[in-house]
Write a protein that binds this ligand. Structure first.
Ligand SMILES: [Zn+2]
Length: 267
């Protein structure tokens, strides 16, 4: 079984006894704006903090410690393979800090996202054409779920950083990614109330419902990105999905058929 969740009340009570500004701090833990992200709750992040954050997440997911490398051009990225022993995690402290990943909670969530990719290396969700997008959403749903386990981990800055990121061939729009972090928090809380969760990955049962709820938005955004990127030859893993052979109970299939029929009518 997963560790008990700390009731949000506990986090509130702790802050209240430590600091008279507790209320503002408590609120912005999960709802940070630009000012909160860049001026509040910042911590100096040392090499040791980075190592400890990665170690904590790897231990939580029962993954081997990745080979850790600092590299200039990206915030953070994991390069993994069939053999998880070869996983390499790249990050750039300065870029992360400037983007708003400037305390231990946010840093930990950034690494939860990266190591979630390692965890899901062999998983294919096949919910929309662009599997990479779904992998990103799944990783961010796990971020949301992780944030409710053990100590309540503040998600405000992480979601803010996501919202600044536009859709690309490899990543869906950051606003949607921030939304699924919140959805992951709610979904795991609900599952836990019903006593239905032994492993954090079970929260991904809720992923198809989220995708279904944002299907048109995802499809439109994906069409736009492809148009913009038409000249570039970025290799992206796309899987044609045969919705019609899915079971009738499949929500995506129902949506697909409804949409398809409407299209047929138009012709
Ligand atoms: Zn990712």
């Amino acid at each position: 079984m997963l560790k008990d969740v700390n009731d949000p009340k506990n986090a509130y009570n702790e802050l209240m006894t430590k600091d008279p500004m507790f209320w503002a701090k408590f609120i912005r833990r999960h709802q940070a704006n630009f000012f909160d992200v860049h001026f509040h709750d910042k911590e100096i992040l040392t090499e040791k903090d980075i190592y400890n954050a990665i170690k904590r997440v790897a231990t939580f997911f029962d993954l081997p410690m990745p080979i850790v490398n600092e590299r200039a051009e990206i915030l953070a990225e994991v390069v993994t393979s069939e053999n998880a022993e070869e996983t390499e995690l790249y990050y750039n402290t300065k870029l992360m800090y400037e983007a708003g990943i400037n305390n231990n909670d946010t840093l930990t969530l950034a690494f939860v996202h990266e190591l979630a990719h390692e965890l899901l290396f062999n998983v294919r969700f096949m919910l929309i054409e662009n599997e990479l997008w779904i992998q990103e959403l799944a990783a961010d749903m796990l971020v949301g779920a992780f944030s409710t386990i053990g100590d309540d981990v503040a998600t405000g800055k992480y979601k803010y950083v996501l919202r600044q990121l536009p859709a690309s061939m490899t990543h869906p729009d950051g606003t949607l990614r921030a939304a699924i972090v919140e959805y992951g928090r709610e979904y795991i809380t609900q599952m836990r109330k019903q006593g239905e969760i032994d492993d954090i990955q079970e929260v991904l049962k809720g992923l198809p419902a989220f995708v279904y709820g944002h299907y048109q938005e995802l499809q439109d955004s994906w069409n736009d990105v492809q148009l913009e990127d038409d000249q570039d030859n970025v290799p992206v893993e796309t899987v044609p999905i045969d919705y019609e052979s899915s079971p009738d109970t499949n929500l995506i299939k129902q949506y697909y058929l409804k949409h398809k029929n409407r299209k047929d009518d138009d012709i």
